[in-house]
Design a protein around this ligand. Sequence first.
Ligand code: FCB
Length: 455
Amino acid sequence: MTATFPEDFLFGTATASYQIEGAVNEDGRCPSIWDTFSHTGHTLNGDTGDVACDFYHRWESDLDLLADLGVDAYRFSVAMPRIMSVEGGEPNPAGLDFYERIVDGLLARGIKPIVTLYHWDLPQYLGDKGGWLNRDTAYRVAEYTAVVARRLGDRVHTYTTLNEPWCSSYLSFGGTEQAPGLGEGPLSFPAVHHLNLAHGLMCQAVRAEVGEGPELSVTLNLQFARGDADAVHRTDLIANRAFLDPMLRGYYPDELFAATRDLCDWSFVKDGDLEQIHQPIDVLGLNYYSTSLVTMSERPQFPQPVCATTFPGCGDIDWLPTEGPHTEMGWNIDPDGLHDLLVRVWDEYRVPLVVTENGMACKDELVVEPDGTKAVHDADRIDYLRRHFEAAARAMDEGVPLRGYFVWSLMDNFEWAFGYSKRFGITYVDYETQERTPKDSFNWYHDVIRSRSVA
Ligand code: FCB
């Protein structure tokens, strides 16, 4: 079977600032919650983003790499610590200059810039005041958004407010694996709400600065759960509808309040907040990697800390081991889940969709070929991507308006709590020398983009 994609479909790759830039102390950047988290023993081998892929210095050749790949668009994030580097101070010109160079560099190469405004690197000075537990954070992030939008304007194709607020709330406050990693389940809910509020304020800030030109978006990592019906329903409520419903429909489901009654009283939702949150967006971004298998738990879990094997912020659900095959992350491979998720979200919410992340961590091995060139033969990644592209194409055949697909990631990078141990790139990065080697999947993706089809 050959799946084909329309001419205006956006093929791209994605990255995030803290995962690739390095240069954490340069040109006025202030520390972020991820600098702190990674420097205080929360990551594998104590890895940090201090150097990462050194994109801050190598951006030009990395943009050339994107041009070689032939992408239509590139999704990257702006680091708030480079822009609002002094609490309460003026925006940092060096930070704005850097991202302007990226945007102009992309445009010069015929690549559409897709900007994520918040991909987890909150300034530490906001973290010190509670981060997403503090309502004020939403307003500070909206101010920063206005600064960025004013400078980059309509050169940006799409402004995405937040990346995966599920991670910035449940995994960061309910769980311990992401900054600040408090591990207190009930704290997830104020974080959820303040992230939703930030999204709404950020949408308004972008529109006020740039008008109707650029598209507005948010990226969610919706949980596609299988298993017993009650647990699936509850997972959907707490993980998905806690974001989808306020953002796209202007309310929190009553069921959500009922389900979390013993954990929090939601008094942090103030009059008028839902109107602020419910802003028109042009497209909804979905990050998709795998599915989960859930069941109702026998164990009472609150108010105890939760861990990765339970559902952070949703203590009465257990995640069960999934059927293989699994990727190097231990995530199951389930392309049908992508198809089903796209169909479901479109059916219910009627908003055009983009897959803003999809990809696979593999045990990649750099080999030297007989002719002396270096290569990585990542057949498993090609197979993974092919099957997910096919699943997406099937959803499109059934009428889902899917506008684009961004492979995670352009290159190997700092994989958060897993440090440099997980490689997601279609380009191999030698962290000693910073040498880039396109993997087989890079060449495969190049052909997909050129032919706009997956055989
Ligand atoms: C997503 C993140 C992204 C990357 C991938 C593997 O949750 O958005 O930064 O780490 O997972």
